[in-house]
Design a protein around this ligand. Structure first.
Ligand SMILES: [Fe+2]
Length: 373
């Protein structure tokens, strides 16, 4: 049939755009970002790839950027948000706001930062010898599928001056906003090293866990970081799609399964691996190393601006005083698996890994029967 008269329907403008840009696309349940082949992306002037986690939901994607030694991206601005996590290398990012106000900061491995909406920005590799590798989680699929107009998204001069934030937010400082355990927030634009950031206790998730929710550039992008002390693991839970989980420090693994599944999907943690708990898929994170383990999760729908009803339910922002579904037992209508309800295979499986690594369990109080056995 003549293309002119082919009916156009069922279109995904974001995917069409990715194809047109000539970006390599990787699609999988778990992706090792160090294994992804990048190719020159004329728009950014560096090599890049689009990474699409299966089960990522409708709103988020990832772009992997590879800056050559001494290289830089071309100046950009766009009407989608970005949270960037640095995997390898050192460098700097320059931002330019309304009235020519500039801010810049220097990043390295484990840095995380946000590009405020439509702010002009440019990344520079600070090394003349080594490449820099960074991964951006963005809401471009959402934005492109709403407007399906590239010129509007990449060539609009509007300044969102309220998104700029304080000067301190670009120097590694931020504001700690205490809400309640599990929902405490750190408002900033730049975290120099996610390993060093002080977290807040979240007793409901078990295992001595702690976390912090980020507010980045007053945006809708979600990011949070969680830590499990040595010899512990967290309770299982489930939520909507779109969390991009990345190991930051320590070693461990995650189990993922759907209710009724006979077996678990096991994903070993490794720097550079990203994986997505799919919609309502139960998942549980385990530390097996002799140091605290931290992971970062990025996606669309922040604690400040949850965006969807599903996110509001998970974070307990449906109404004042509502409990987060991810902190409440499934037996009570929530989305968390308490230790006493978890599959009996899970704890021994973890203990066996601990023994191999010569790490002692600190979970006896939660599993007294196993401790006595
Ligand atoms: Fe989760």
């Amino acid at each position: 049939m003549d293309e002119q008269i082919m009916p156009r329907y069922g279109i995904d403008p974001y995917l069409e755009w990715v194809k047109k840009e000539g970006l390599p696309v990787v699609e999988d349940y778990g992706i090792d970002l160090f294994d992804v082949a990048t190719a020159p992306w004329p728009r950014y002037g560096v090599k890049a790839a689009a990474c699409h986690l299966r089960g990522r939901g409708d709103f988020a994607n990832m772009f992997l950027f590879e800056l050559p030694p001494g290289g830089s991206t071309t100046p950009q601005r766009h009407l989608y948000e970005e949270v960037i996590y640095v995997l390898e290398g050192t460098g700097s990012t320059q931002l330019e706001f309304a009235d020519g106000v500039r801010r810049s900061f220097e990043w390295g491995p484990r840095s995380m930062f946000a590009i405020p909406l439509n702010a002009k920005h440019r990344h520079f590799n600070g090394s003349g010898r080594n490449r820099a590798l960074m991964v951006a989680t963005t809401d471009l699929p959402l934005v492109m599928n709403v407007f399906h107009n590239e010129r509007f998204i990449f060539d609009t001069n509007f300044e969102f001056s309220e998104r700029t934030g304080k000067d301190d937010y670009y120097s590694g400082e931020g504001d700690l906003i205490l809400v309640r355990p599990g929902n405490h927030m750190w408002e900033t634009n730049f975290v120099p090293d996610l390993e060093q950031l002080e977290l807040q206790p979240w007793a409901d998730r078990g295992g001595g866990s702690s976390n912090i929710m980020f507010v980045l550039a007053d945006g809708i992008m979600h990011a949070h970081i969680s830590e499990m002390p040595v010899g512990t693991y967290k309770k299982g839970h489930r939520h909507g799609p779109g969390a991009h989980v990345m190991c930051v420090v320590g070693q461990g693994y995650s189990l993922l399964w759907f209710e009724g599944d006979k077996d678990f999907l096991r994903i070993a943690w490794k720097h550079g691996v990203v994986f997505p708990p799919a919609d309502r898929q139960l998942h549980q994170h385990f530390n097996t190393s002799n140091r605290p383990a931290r992971y970062l999760a990025t996606g669309v729908g922040s604690l400040r601006y949850p965006l969807t009803a599903v996110k509001r339910r998970s974070s307990g922002t449906t109404s004042p005083g509502a409990k987060s579904a991810v902190s409440l037992s499934i037996k009570q209508g929530g989305d968390q698996t308490e230790y006493e309800d978890q599959d009996p295979r899970i704890h021994p499986m973890w203990l066996a890994e601990l023994r191999q690594n010569k790490v002692e369990s600190k979970m006896e109080k939660d599993f007294p029967a196993v401790a006595r056995a």
